[in-house]
Design a protein around this ligand. Structure first.
Ligand code: NAD
Length: 333
């Protein structure tokens, strides 16, 4: 199968090339992000392979369909960036990687909690300048604290297990409680209770129209003063401006982000020699109690191996058996 692979970096190329060695698909490993302007690069391809910040809106899908593309293979679990109705209307089969390493994201999430709490990023900078003072670096024991996990799917359950291991009380909110989370020691409560009682709130639900700005001004007001908020899920779960106001008043005591509402124009690129035009991002970067990583929670060897292997397997299954070659959670439409 001839596949136009968008948004590839050297690490994607390495893992995809290795995974494809036996399958033998004709992979066109492209650097540009998929958009209306770059969709023409897929001319002649049977399939497109896309990542989280590629544009899969109706105008892009229409161009892909007109170019003869019948399959889009996402290298991600989330598909909030896809117009599924348009893909269905255009007869484009869409497949994804529903699970590649929940541990990768969960461990990064806990890394953000630990670094923020103990101010490891600030301590590192101080020690490099031979400043060994501890003033301003005071943290708290996570042991005995309450952690609120919003969304107890694959990643949320991993986080719950890790935090239970730290000796935390773990509360959770999810419209579909599950036995795995209960076995991890989670107590399900309404979101309002979780927000009121948790010292740390961590988001692990998908971005949907219902969860857009789940954390807004009103929900921030329901949180414990000085709460730590962590978002490793999708940027738009959080109303960035409301969070900035919460940081300024001290209602939010720590903020850890791996995702950002307007990350598409920023993340995955080296912009170090450019002026940032995003004032909200610039403001967030000025707070000493904010730690931001550029959508790297998934970025482990195991995850990249699994993403590449599942993506190639999805392509092979559709080539062999048509659209129904991929079923279950890996099939988006
Ligand atoms: P999952 O589908 O296994 O779990 C999602 C859970 O959220 C489900 O249990 C669902 O019932 C729950 N949920 C849905 N709506 C909710 C709501 N309103 N309130 C509370 N819970 C709700 O997904 P997962 O594999 O655990 O991944 C979670 C999210 O993490 C993904 O949607 C994706 O956006 C994000 N993610 C981020 C990275 C990264 O690198 N930062 C990598 C992978 C996934």
């Amino acid at each position: 199968m001839r596949v136009a692979v968008f948004s590839t970096k050297p690490y994607d190329r390495d893992f995809l090339t290795t995974a494809n060695a036996a399958a033998g698909h004709d992979l066109d490993l492209l650097e540009p992000r998929l958009s209306v302007a770059t969709a023409a690069l897929a001319a002649g391809a049977d399939a497109v392979c896309a990542f989280v910040n590629d544009d899969l809106s109706a105008p892009v899908l229409e161009r892909l369909a007109a170019a003869g593309v019948r399959l889009v293979a996402l290298r991600s679990a989330g598909y909030n960036h896809v117009d599924v109705a348009a893909a269905t209307r255009l007869g484009i089969t869409m497949v994804r990687v529903p699970e590649y390493s929940p541990y990768a994201v969960a461990e990064h999430c806990v890394g953000l909690m630990l670094a923020l709490n103990r101010k490891i990023h600030r301590a590192h900078n101080r020690v490099r300048e031979h400043n060994f003072a501890l003033t301003g670096l005071l943290g708290f024991d996570l042991h005995g604290r309450t952690i609120g996990v919003v969304g107890t799917g694959k990643i949320g359950v991993c986080v719950a297990r890790i935090m239970a291991g730290f000796g935390c009380r773990v509360l959770a909110s999810d419209p579909y409680p599950n036995d795995e989370a209960l076995a991890a020691g989670v107590t399900y409560v309404p979101l309002k209770t979780l927000l009121a009682e948790s010292h740390v709130v961590t988001l692990h639900c998908p971005l949907t129209p219902e969860t857009h700005h789940l954390i807004d001004e009103e929900r921030i007001a329901q949180m414990r003063p000085g709460v730590m908020l962590i978002n490793t899920s999708r940027g738009a779960l959080v109303d960035t401006r409301a969070v900035i106001r919460g940081l300024k008043t001290g209602r939010i005591g720590h903020l850890g982000l791996d995702v950002y509402e307007e990350e598409t124009e920023l993340f995955f690129e080296d912009l170090s020699d450019q002026m940032l035009r995003d004032d909200d991002f610039s403001r967030l970067s000025t707070f000493p109690n904010v730690l931001i990583t550029g959508h790297q929670a998934f970025f482990t060897e195991e995850a990249l191996h699994n993403i590449a292997a599942t993506t190639i397997a999805n392509l092979t299954a559709v080539e062999r058996d048509g659209a129904d070659g991929v079923t279950g959670p890996a099939r988006v439409c």
